[in-house]
Design a protein around this ligand. Structure first.
Ligand code: COA
Length: 142
């Protein structure tokens, strides 16, 4: 498995498709809802296994020192096998190189333990997405 920044058209297509399948489709959200206006200015990461994108994540810049990790998703068949950990580390490394000091994120309830394992602390309870998904604002100094 390789962890890289997507470059080709196919890699980006598979990346957004995975985002949609894992983070949007289960809540009946349309294609297109998996993207926002910060795509062009963000750092993207994908995990590729045998030519297929099986994991993805994004780091966006909120200010010169604060970044936000969003859209972390691993294909259902590959969850719990360390893919998320590798991608998170790769994103943190890249953000650190850009002089980022703090990373924040809004973790879905099911992902809080994953981020706690990587030393993110809960800052406050966040919003509810699609009427059902609880979020927790978390953060970490890097
Ligand atoms: C959350 C997610 C990105 C984590 O990636 P992953 O590849 O499954 O995580 P890893 O295998 O690297 O897990 C690292 C550790 O966190 C733990 N962990 C991961 N997900 C967990 C969960 N839902 N509950 C409890 N622990 C969890 C693992 O047990 C593992 O600990 P270990 O090393 O002691 O075994 C992935 O499970 C996912 O895509 N989930 C669905 C979408 C989602 O909720 N995305 C996050 C939006 S904020």
């Amino acid at each position: 498995m390789i962890i890289i920044e997507p470059k080709t058209k196919v890699e980006f297509e598979q990346y957004y498709d995975l985002r949609w399948r894992i983070l949007r489709q289960p809540w009946n959200q349309p294609r297109g809802s998996e993207k926002d206006e910060k795509e062009n200015e963000s750092i993207h990461i994908v995990a590729i296994l045998e030519g297929k994108v099986v994991g993805c994540g994004r780091g966006q810049f909120n200010s010169s020192t604060e970044a936000q990790i969003r859209y972390m998703a691993v294909d259902e068949d590959f969850q719990g096998k360390g893919v998320g950990t590798k991608m998170l580390k790769a994103l943190e490394l890249r953000l650190k190189k850009k002089e980022v000091k703090t990373i924040i994120l809004n973790a879905r309830e099911n992902a809080v333990k994953f981020y706690q394992k990587h030393n993110y602390k809960i800052i406050e309870k966040g919003s509810i997405l699609f009427d059902v998904i609880e979020h927790f604002k978390m953060g970490k100094e890097i």
